[in-house]
Ligand binder design. Structure first.
Ligand code: FE
Ligand code: CA
Length: 537
């Protein structure tokens, strides 16, 4: 390592400490280089860091991951867990972990290395916020602890800010219920030549083993372990179970991920501090804190997303040259509770302007960012369907899913009006949640087909999670003319962006019950620069 990157790392690491609460300071601030004496900084009574740990089993059983590419940085993640399903299998002591990032897979051209402390307070997870890298460059990275070396991950930084960019490729995924199938979509995703993966939520499901799932009669393809996740230990074990999957690891090892959560990372259909079944708020917030912490511990997120109790700042913005800006939203943590029941006609209570999915602060942040952006394509990566979807064929009646933007119509109208009035360039909304694939034009007035289209929405299918409607929902395309596509297969969505065109391919698996299943592109849609709305590609 040259002197400049050494100094850079030191400044960088010390600035990181400002984010940390006192209790967690020891967990991530200790930095040293191989051979240097190491103590967890900030706490004079801190335990000595174990430099030469012995493991009962391979400690990198959960693989590695990287995420949130910036023009000069990337987050590298791993967690020491020799016993992934039995509490991690680590003694409650801080352990030194070394990391390396290289221009080549053979690690003969290492550009930075360092060491960090994997602390028991964070389940011996490691989040290295690497800076000082070159833009738009591929790197390989790995970790070492004791005599053990992690698998090698591959990652890529973002292009320089405002630099002309000819092409960006990524794929969105959502909804991967372990019990409903094999993660073949992740295996195929790992083989894609793309810049990053985008996870739009339901990365895990909190349900108990062999839990019933509405409308699903088949037994599980494979079982969750334990009961419904409630405690920090439960959520850690659930994340660890998912991360033992070789297909999921392959997708993380192949590219950086940009992740956000939906409801199942905590509890089905929760809204802010409201649980699904009306638990006392302090009880639910303790559960949310446990779930958020376990999520952070298992994801390649910057320390700025580290939870403080039940609060975590997950919404953020990532920019790729002059081509695209991604606004990654959190529509769970700050939402007001849905009114008018789960599904049904719109009621008076949902027409309150205070009804919100983003919360007022995130809404201001989003509107501000969209208005200021010079990017050719402006992406809103979020969880639940934004386009109005009326399930009632009768013209005088309506049937809406109130967990989606349809339950928050005035907040949606404010956003659509803003896309229009602020002249936001080429808005594209990316969505997950509904376990099916959809394409929609976002209309200024959904009830008037002649109304302007102010954005395009691409909803990705589920990786595995069951879709109880199957092909029966196709009739909705006829009564909601702003929709262009519906499909019930599992898979993922691949997007290619150039200055002139946005192309979205829908990829569908043959079966989620066959681990060797093939995947094929079943539909493609194109948005032309300056012409909002999707046409069949
Ligand atoms: Fe889901
Ligand atoms: Ca969901």
């Amino acid at each position: 390592m040259d002197r400049r990157s050494f100094e850079h790392l030191l400044t960088h690491q010390s600035s990181r400490r400002r984010f940390l609460g006192a209790g967690l300071a020891a967990a991530t601030s200790a930095v040293s280089f191989r051979g240097a004496p190491t103590r967890a900084a900030g706490d004079p009574r801190s335990t000595r860091v174990i430099r030469r740990p012995q493991f009962a089993a391979y400690p990198f059983a959960l693989g590695v991951a990287s995420g949130d590419p910036t023009p000069d940085g990337i987050v590298l993640w791993t967690r020491l867990a020799p016993g992934p399903l039995t509490g991690g299998g680590m003694a409650p002591e801080p352990v030194g972990v070394c990391w390396e990032i290289s221009r080549d897979d053979a690690f003969s051209d290492i550009v930075q290395r360092g060491s960090v402390t994997a602390a028991p307070e964070l389940a011996h997870s490691v989040h290295v916020d690497v800076a000082g890298l070159e833009p738009a460059r591929e790197y390989a990275y790995r970790f070492m602890a004791g005599d053990e070396v992690s698998p090698t991950g591959r990652t890529k930084t973002a292009p320089a800010a405002d630099a002309p960019l000819a092409r960006l490729r990524f794929a969105s995924v959502s909804c991967a219920n372990w019990e409903h199938g094999y993660f073949s979509a992740y295996r195929h995703l790992g083989g894609e030549e793309i810049d990053f993966a985008l996870c739009l939520g339901d990365y895990i499901y909190e349900y108990a083993a062999d839990a019933p799932f509405e409308g699903r009669e088949e037994g599980p393809v494979r079982l969750h372990t334990g009961g419904e996740a409630m405690t920090l230990e439960d959520y850690r074990t659930r994340h660890a179970l998912y991360k033992t999957d070789p297909d999921l690891q392959a997708a993380h090892h192949a590219m950086p991920w940009i992740v956000t959560w939906d409801d199942h990372e905590v509890e089905n259909d929760y809204a802010g501090a409201m649980s699904e079944n009306g638990d006392p708020q302090e009880v639910f917030l303790a559960r949310r804190a446990a779930a958020y912490q376990a999520y952070y511990e298992h994801m390649p997120l910057r320390p700025s997303s580290m939870p403080h109790g039940p609060d975590a700042r997950l919404y953020r913005r990532l920019t790729f040259g002059d081509l695209a800006e991604f606004n990654v939203l959190d529509t769970r943590q700050y939402r007001t509770d849905q009114q008018c029941g789960d599904v049904g006609s719109r009621c008076e209570a949902s027409l309150d302007p205070a009804m919100t999915l983003t919360g007022p602060e995130q809404e201001v942040w989003l509107f501000d960012g969209l208005a200021k952006s010079d990017a050719r394509w402006n992406v809103i990566a979020q969880q639940v369907m934004m386009a109005q979807l009326d399930g009632e064929p009768s013209p005088t009646e309506q049937l809406f899913n109130h967990d989606q933007w349809d339950g928050y119509p005035l907040a949606r109208q404010r956003l659509l009006d803003h896309l229009d009035s602020a002249g936001v360039g080429n808005p594209v909304v990316l969505t997950g949640d509904v376990h099916s694939a959809w394409v929609a034009d976002l209309k200024l007035d959904f009830d008037d087909p002649a109304s302007p289209t102010v954005g395009t929405e691409f909803v990705t299918a589920s990786v595995t999670s069951y879709n109880r409607f199957g092909t029966r929902l196709r009739f909705l395309l006829g009564i909601n003319p702003h929709f262009a596509f519906y499909d019930d297969a599992h898979g993922y969505t691949r997007c290619e962006i150039t200055p002139d065109f946005w192309t979205t391919d829908y990829l569908a698996l043959d079966s989620v019950e066959n681990p060797d299943t093939e995947i094929e592109t079943i539909a493609s849609f194109v948005v032309e620069n300056g012409k909002t709305g999707a046409v069949t590609g």
